[in-house]
Every structure is written in C-alpha cells, then in structure tokens.
Write a protein that binds this ligand. Structure first.
Ligand SMILES: [Cu+2]
Length: 148
C-alpha cells in the first residue's frame, strides 16, 4: 500500500537524522573536506613542577597554574644569602602576585600582580625561619617558605 512516493514522503518526514541514504544526501556531498584539526593550546607541564622543594634554593621559582594554584606550595631557600623568588604566572589572562610574609604576617616584599603569562621577581635575604607567601589577588593561593 506504500508506493515509492509514500516511502519518499516518509523519508522526508524522518529527515536527515534517520536513514543513512538520506543523511548522505543531506551532508552536502563532499566528504573529503578535511576536518579542522583540534590544535590543543600548550599547557603547563603540571607533573614536572613539584609541590614541595626541600632542598634550599637561592633562586626559587613559584609557578602559578590554572586554576588559581601555586607550585610549589612548600619551598626552601638558603638563609642569610641574597636570593631571588620568581613568579612564573602561566595562567593566561589571570592576575597573580606573590607577597612574602614573616611569621608575624609582616610583609617582606611582593612581586606585583601581573596578568599571565608573565614573570616577576623579588630579591630577599632571609634569616633562618619560617615564612609564608600568598597571592594578593586570590588570597587562598599561598604556601610556605623555610629559610635554612
Ligand atoms: Cu593568584
């Protein structure tokens, strides 16, 4: 009772979603068109940045990673020596800073906030002891520095 016309009518009702033949007809025909390749944005090598640095450093890099975290968060520097603390802000379009504080929460200096990707540095000479650092933009970003 369904003739050819009936079938075509049914296929038209189903549209492009149902039948493979109809789908092929709807796809525009040129299946050789290359798909745009997904070019993944370069990502920071998270696994290569340790969360802890226990060996005293004179040149300490703290990396800001998306989403809003630092690595390392536990760091060690050489005491009674001129040292450099670097901020490597890898989070594109997001501001981070690093302020270093003593155990009484007194600021010893800061690397000003900058919008990633960006870098900054702070020169310090720390007495042996415990210090902390934090981001002045995102206060929950922070960590601990031991000078020894
Ligand atoms: Cu931050």
């Amino acid at each position: 009772m369904w003739g050819t016309k009936g079938f075509l009518f049914l296929a038209a009702l189903i549209g492009c979603s149902g039948l493979a033949l109809v789908l092929a007809a709807c796809s525009g025909g040129n299946n050789a068109t290359p798909q745009p390749s997904e070019t993944a944005a370069p990502r920071p090598e998270r696994s290569s940045i340790p969360n802890e640095i226990r060996t005293p450093q004179t040149d300490l890099t703290i990396t800001a990673l998306a989403p809003q975290r630092f690595a390392p968060i536990i760091a060690t520097t050489v005491a009674n020596t001129d040292i450099v603390i670097r901020l490597n802000n890898t989070e594109a379009g997001v501001q981070h800073s690093i302020e270093v504080l003593d155990k009484n929460a007194k600021s010893l200096g800061a690397i000003p906030a900058c919008t990633g990707p960006c870098v900054g540095e702070l020169h310090l000479n720390l007495l042996p002891g415990e210090y902390s650092f934090r981001c002045q933009i995102y206060g929950r970003m922070g960590g601990q520095i031991t000078a020894k």
